[in-house]
Design a protein around this ligand. Sequence first.
Ligand code: AMP
Length: 577
Amino acid sequence: MAIIGIDLGTTNSAVAYLKEGRPEIIENRDGDRTTPSAVGIGFNNEIIIGTNAKNSLISMPDRTIIEVKRKMGTEEKITLAGQQFRPEEVSALILKELKWYAEQKLGEAVTEAVITVPAYFTDTQRKATQKAGELAGLIVERIINEPTAAAIAYGMENMDKEQHLLVYDLGGGTFDVSVVEMFEGILEVKASAGNNQLGGMDFDNALTEWLTEKVKKVHQIDLLNTGNPSADLQNRWRLKLEMERVKKLLSNQMSTTISLPFIAMKDGVPFSINEEITREEFEKLILSMAESTLVEVDKALADAKLSLSQIDEVLLVGGSTRIPLIQQLITKKFNKAPRKDLNPDEAVALGATIQGGIKSGEISSVNGLMVTDVSPHSLGMEVVEMIGGQMVPGFFDVIIPRNSTIPITKSKLYYTVNDNQTEVDVGIFQGESPKVKDNLLLGQFELSGIPAGAQGKEAIELTIRYDINGTLQIDAQIQSTGKKISQIIDQQLGVMSQAEVAVAKERIHANWDQSELYKDVKPAIQRAEKMLPELNELNRNKIEGLLQQLKGALSTNDKVKVQKLDEELTDLLIELV
Ligand code: AMP
């Protein structure tokens, strides 16, 4: 069965499949090659995904959401049509839609996927993405890094080259830079750096802030604090969409006009905005953000132990790399123009698909590609330090340094800090700060049964294993007795628990027979279910796949999908009679 590749983006998402050994983008129902990562709940409780949802932001501001990827790995809830959702659930709805596009294209149920995440995502954000895939009914074969996926897409076309690449990936919500070494079909990621809170949406926000301040100053109108919360929300979305439009235009022209008709009332009269903005003004607003990406470039190069001049090619990925200022800064820094032959919107999904092909064996790894990646953040444990004769807790001791090639296993010995200490709290953190409070807590447990004795006499060996699937295993062993606790860290704050996933699955996939569309398709479903036991395996699989898709479409009240699948099912049933 096919493994699809999915680029789950902050602004847009894309899905691809392998066709005769080559990755190909799958178009969505509108024929577009990418789909806005927007989710809405219509007035009949139907789920709306993509362009239609993005277009509903203004008309249904409290029923629509975009840019949920920023919230992945947090406990934050998203309110849609009065219901609360976890970020994983909203992402799952997008993934489910992409899965459906693939099923339409391939004519069979699709259950396996490689999903990409920003290289600089933390372990928590990765696990949340994995859960979103699971919720969407996908077996997530692998989570891979977006710049690595882009390098794979490039590598497949340039197998014979020996090069050092730098992938500069500036998307809608995140920025990554990866340094990759390519030789004899092997792609070795040397280092990654980045910022999970920097992308095109921040440029839109900077423009919004600039304009609202200007309107406040000149016209004494506060567009986002009108005293009417629902008007404020609507204005926020209107400003956001207009600013994104203007920003994109400014990539191709030197000036344009911001147009927001009737956005407020002033002295009882409708107030409209028609404001000219130049590329220069826009560049001033984003300059410090743009320059901050170059600091990350330097960090990645330093970790990879390479100099600027050793980089043979700079690959641009992500829609925000179309901004001329970004391209100028890179050209100046590397003293050469970046390559533009990679499609910045599609390369990631294509690379994920190739990785899926390597995994399934469809692409041979003998004369094909081999890929190794790194863990971008340091992993370690909380320790106590002696400062001025006092024991101070809360320090971070690195066990696996950032940018270590994965899979990796590393051990370190720690000693008791008190006389007669019989237990130790093991706290595992991810990050770069010497203080654990500034890093991310991944897991905690207690190791007891340490034999009583003098301070420093007993040793505990702590082992961290981190594999390519992001599985993190911790072993803590008392050296003198051999007692060991092993824990796989999969339960974290910011990631749904298995119990929560089970409940959410019900919400996403169940209630299909409660849909108002059910009555139209009930006869076909009942006939198909009755026929199932009599069918051979091939036909049974076909029917089961269609039933699964049809029930999914019913549960989200998707009229177009339900009609299409009902027709397909009916045709197949007629054929099989
Ligand atoms: P991605 O997540 O890679 O799809 O990146 C989407 C981001 O790229 C969004 O913030 C878009 O507004 C931005 N973007 C797309 N095209 C352009 C363009 N021509 N100029 C500036 N930004 C763009």
